[in-house]
Design a protein around this ligand. Structure first.
Ligand code: PRP
Length: 209
């Protein structure tokens, strides 16, 4: 049988994931010097870490080629359809928010057009609020859309709030709190339960400490 594989989100979450493993006593020296390698041995060779973009972490875990994953709740909300989210890891904290120009009274829900990278999250939110809002897909720097008058608001990730502030925007409403989560493939959780449990117990012990 192949080794248990964990898919890790590259970028901001990776450094925190490594720190968490180290505190949990999971050896991960290779992750400190990955070079161009994408699959690396960890846990003294007992596990494999796969370095991937957030949405691909979901794809690999849902398809069972990775058993476990670490990914942001934002990506889970936008992309995931069938995996278990078993733990809030507490790092990578930020939020999804509806934001728009300062000093405009759109907070009463009168906005009609929202720009976002997260069509599913935004669509679900406005549907829940029974608001008829046209969504416009933007790939990056969503903040531009209201500045250029393409949309009234944006639905986007806010961490420190400095991007909004620098562009004369402010949060109107919080859509959801976000942090890194541990996700597990549905079949793996049954078929390789003891190995996955052994791993999650180590992580849990650190989070509870
Ligand atoms: C995110 C988000 C905002 C910014 C918010 O973009 O889309 O633009 O971070 O962070 P702040 O509240 O701390 O200013 P990111 O930097 O991830 O780049 P992206 O456009 O590639 O997603």
């Amino acid at each position: 049988m192949r080794k248990i594989r964990i898919a890790l989100t590259k970028g901001r979450l990776l450094e925190e994931s490594i720190a968490l493993f180290e505190r949990a006593g999971i050896e991960c020296e290779s992750l400190r010097h990955p070079g161009r390698r994408l699959i690396l041995p960890i846990a003294d060779g007992e596990m494999e870490a796969v370095l991937a973009k957030a949405a691909d972490v979901i794809t690999y875990v849902e398809n069972g080629v990775c058993d476990i994953g670490i990914v942001g709740k934002d990506t889970i909300m936008e992309c995931a359809t069938g995996l278990y989210e078993i733990m809030d890891l507490g790092f990578g904290r930020c939020r999804f928010a509806v934001a728009g120009p300062k000093e405009r009274t759109l907070a009463d829900g009168k906005y009609r057009r929202a720009a976002t990278k997260y069509l599913t999250v935004a669509g679900n939110y406005f549907e829940r609020k029974k608001m008829d809002v046209e969504l416009i897909k933007i790939e990056g720097s969503v903040e531009l859309a209201p500045l250029l008058d393409l949309s009234d608001v944006i639905v986007d990730i806010v961490e420190t709030g400095s991007t909004l502030k620098a562009n004369g925007l402010e949060v109107y409403e919080t859509v959801a709190e976000i942090s890194a989560r541990l996700v597990v493939n549905v079949a793996s959780l049954k078929l390789r339960k003891s190995e996955i449990d052994a791993f999650t117990r180590k992580i849990e012990a650190v989070l509870k400490a």
